[in-house]
Design a protein around this ligand. Structure first.
Ligand code: MN
Ligand code: MN
Length: 317
């Protein structure tokens, strides 16, 4: 779908659309690259691949080249639900979308996601019980559609969208803090802000307010699924590189939950460096259905976010 046939897109700035598409494709590219080395250590990656920087599939899931996993699949499920819901991010629609995705027998699914979706099936309540243990990265990895759907909205609406999608499976203060930070940060980059500016008014205050996310004490390798370790990798990879490819490669080669760290790093780096920065050889290798969906959803979600848009509801997606 081009901009011209997007009914709500009259007022959309094409540079904003292209950075949003790069963020969405960044999630998928990071996921597909990182999944090959998920749960490996940096040493194992080095021995097997040298520096892992090509789409090669495989990994513990036995993936095809360019195949994505739950990180991208849940994002696309969420984005589709938001679009079908007229751009609104509401708990029940999110829970139903994630539940339908789980029923499709995905190749991978996080433990917290599975447990709380099973609880939703039993109770019909789309909001998971608050839990200090549910501090995994499973809500943060799929935050992008909520961030794009609320791009031009007031802060409280962004927060409410972020929590609506997150709390279906992760109702936890650390997860919430990371989800909100990632949503506002990717919005800043989509708006064209520089890394330096975003560091000053977003990253530094975030770490000051949430000291558990401090990321400069040591180089984080082998990140677990704990959102704190995920965010430490993401911030180190983003701040210590100066291109999309180097950022995503840096995150993936630290191993551990590599598909998820690389997906989140890819989201931010995609929005920061833009569509032209995405390696063409990676885009060519990426699952073509996913590639198309990411681009289409990004522009359609922005059309919803555009306050002048009135025709988002009931649009086919
Ligand atoms: Mn995954
Ligand atoms: Mn993962």
């Amino acid at each position: 779908m081009g901009l011209s046939d997007s009914p709500g897109g009259v007022g959309l700035n094409p540079r904003i659309v292209s950075r949003a598409q790069a963020a969405y494709l960044g999630v998928a590219l990071g996921d597909a690259l990182g999944a090959t080395v998920e749960f490996m250590t940096p040493g194992e990656i080095r021995r097997q691949h040298g520096v892992h920087r090509e789409m090669r599939g495989g990994g513990w899931l036995g993936l095809k080249v360019g195949q994505v996993t739950d990180d991208t699949a849940m994002s696309l499920a969420l984005g589709k639900a938001i679009l079908a819901n007229g751009g609104r991010v509401e708990p029940l629609a999110c829970a139903q979308a994630f539940d339908a995705w789980m029923r499709s027998k995905p190749i991978d699914i996080g433990n917290t996601v599975r447990r709380n979706l099973v609880a939703f099936r039993r109770s019909g309540n789309p909001v998971a019980a608050p839990s200090e243990h549910d501090a995994g990265n499973g809500a943060a990895m799929r935050v992008l559609p909520a961030a794009l759907a609320t791009l031009e909205r007031p802060e409280f609406e962004v927060m409410s969208a972020v929590c609506a999608q997150a709390h279906v499976t992760h109702n936890n203060p650390s997860s919430d803090a990371a989800c909100a930070f990632l949503a506002f940060t990717v919005q800043d980059f989509v708006h064209g802000e520089s890394l330096r500016a975003v560091y000053r008014h977003r990253v530094a205050p975030f770490v000051a307010a949430h000291p558990e996310f401090a990321f400069r004490r040591r180089r984080r390798v082998n990140p677990s699924g704990w959102i704190v370790e995920t965010m430490q990798v993401v911030m180190q990879s983003l701040l210590d590189t100066d291109s999309f490819e180097d950022c995503v490669v840096d995150a993936a080669n630290r191993g551990g939950d590599a598909d998820t760290t690389a997906a989140i790093a890819g989201m931010l780096a995609g929005a920061l460096y833009g569509l032209d920065s995405l390696p063409v050889r990676w885009l060519v290798a990426l699952d073509p259905h996913v590639r198309r969906e990411c681009g289409e959803q990004a522009s359609a979600l922005l059309a919803c976010a555009d306050t002048s848009a009135s025709s988002c509801a009931r649009r086919p997606v």
